[in-house]
Design a protein around this ligand. Sequence first.
Ligand code: ADP
Ligand code: ZN
Length: 713
Amino acid sequence: MSPELILQKYFGYSTFRDQQKEIIETVLSGRDAVVLMPTGGGKSICFQVPALMLEGTCIVVSPLISLMKDQVEALRANGITAAFLNSSQSSADQRMIETAFYNGNLKMLYVSPEKLASEVFMSAISKLPISMFAIDEAHCISSWGHDFRPEYAKLKLLKFRFPNTPIIALTATADRVTRKDIIEQLALDSPSAFIASFDRPNIFLEARPGQKKLEQIANFIRERPNKAGIIYCLSRKNTEELSTKLQGKGVKAMCYHAGMSDEMRAKVQEDFINDEILVVCATVAFGMGIDKSNVRWVIHHNLPQNIEGYYQEIGRAGRDGSKAETILFYSFRDVAVFRDIFKSNGGSQMPLKLSKLDRMQQYAEAQSCRRKMLLNYFGEVMEKDCGACDVCKNPPQYFDGTVIAQKALSGLMRLKENVGVNVLIDVLRGSAKHEIFSKGYDKIKTYGAGREFSQREWNFFLQQLVNLGVMEIDYDRYNFLRATEFGKDILFGKKTLELASLKLKLERDAAAKKATKTKSKSEALKDELFERLRVLRARLAKAKGVPPYIIFADTALLAMSESKPTSDQELLAIPGMGDTKLSLYGEAFKTEIKLYILEKAKGGSNLKGATYMQTLEMFSNGLSVEVIAKNRSLNPSTIYSHLSQLYAGGEDIDIFRFITQNEIDKVLGVVQKMESPITLRPIFEALEEKIDYTKIKFALAYFERNKTSILAK
Ligand code: ADP
Ligand code: ZN
């Protein structure tokens, strides 16, 4: 079988993604390969397809027990014989799997690095046909990387013990040094290196000023019922507070952090994987060991320390390739907090950490395409703006901000540059806070001079003033603000500057949101079907004891709700629908979709769907139209009508018992000359009343069902 056929048969995909084919060919020809692809890029296919084509067993090294379990479950769901061996299993279980393996009954075996490196195992497999070794998360072998695992170092032995077996090393995180290290450590034999783009185009990027976060987050979640997401918080305490507050707002959120009992953590993780809990407020460790492909959004409640961390965390969204959203909340305070921590910890790493934090801050404050900036950070050049970030969607609009800057600067000078962002805003807005009065700040001339702008707007302006070099933050003196020379020039009217307006931005954000909210009818229907299929998936998953995304990815459900397949042929065109899944779940999904179509076809009540199904059942059992009509006390024309609709919906009905191809052609001949909406009577008349209404209905149903191929002619 060719790689393409394997891809379709087992995985249900019709084409390879960028580079997958080349990688597979490399391995098939017996050469080593190093693969760098982002999370969700499709690394697994690169060794799973050749493993199915080659003789023997493919051994996959994976560092995390949870990941092994997930991958093996996914493979089995696709009808591939796979198993894993690690320390979490009982020795009886291990023995059973080893026996299957030794008997040549496994196509893929996942093992921990220490298992593979053990002398007993090594000598056992040296007598067996091993098709290839796949080293997943290969960066763990490098002490340069951030995830170094000493057990991986033992994998050096592989090449010496198995010089003729290809090794494929895969990772989502590796800079040049680590990459070189991987090749050296594994002693790869002149390997081909494949480096994919790290862009994740399905992930929408957005940053927002960090005010009224709770409200913003609660609204965001309410607008996305049934969609799973993660909110990353700074501390354990934050995760607990936020989840409690969200619960107070009616959002079923749970928290997750290292301070909880193992049991509690496992429960939250499991419920999240199984779509039982949709919102988790967590510290950054959450999500590391899980492959859940249908995380639909990720929110950062606070600014992360650096772009590497940020990108890894948002990368946990949308692994299935369907659309996913991210929001980064940002305020000066977050930066100040990290600066304090880095400085008090000191050490040789401090300057590097501070400069990485700076880059993170620049990203959060960016007024140009965010994705460009991100990829640039990772050394990739993107020619065009991405169109899938908040800045691209809603580019900033500038106005003369000189007066605003002057107000802020004048306030700052009168406060003797002895205040930070928040107090300055309070003074400008004429706040009645006790602190302001007790310090006599209400007496200065600029007190209340900036009332026309909200706290949020002032924050946005001050952020820009700092970025534009009008003011700076004195990190060594309580994060107080300080006017620069450029700022003084502006204050004294020697220079002017432009600012982006938050108000305009918010207005336009709201307008854009409203526009997307008024969904077209077809979109609403699509959502409705998706929801039904999601419920069906959950039911099947529960019965099988696997996570829902193992049954089908969101991508597959989305495609089904779009194309509404009702035959096996159509189902096979759905991404992720291989032979095994078709035979296991095809019927259930076809039935659900047919029911849905029938309900919709006749104005929507469930009763209607049921009456169609009754007709179908009787007809399939060989009863004639007359008998069915009599039995159900209905008119034969009603039954014909049912049958034509059922046929249009993809049911297996032989309409040529009621109409000839010649008659169909005649009807369609006149239909194609007519303008829509098409009604029966004009057709009847155009055909000189020679073809009756029932036949016309069947001909139209034929057209409906075969529209694409007819129109293509
Ligand atoms: P990685 O291991 O790189 O994080 P996966 O191998 O888990 O990524 O693949 C991510 C998603 O993309 C999975 O849902 C996978 O089934 C899907 N995928 C992989 N290759 C293809 C392809 N050629 N066509 C469509 N979907 C694919
Ligand atoms: Zn962009």
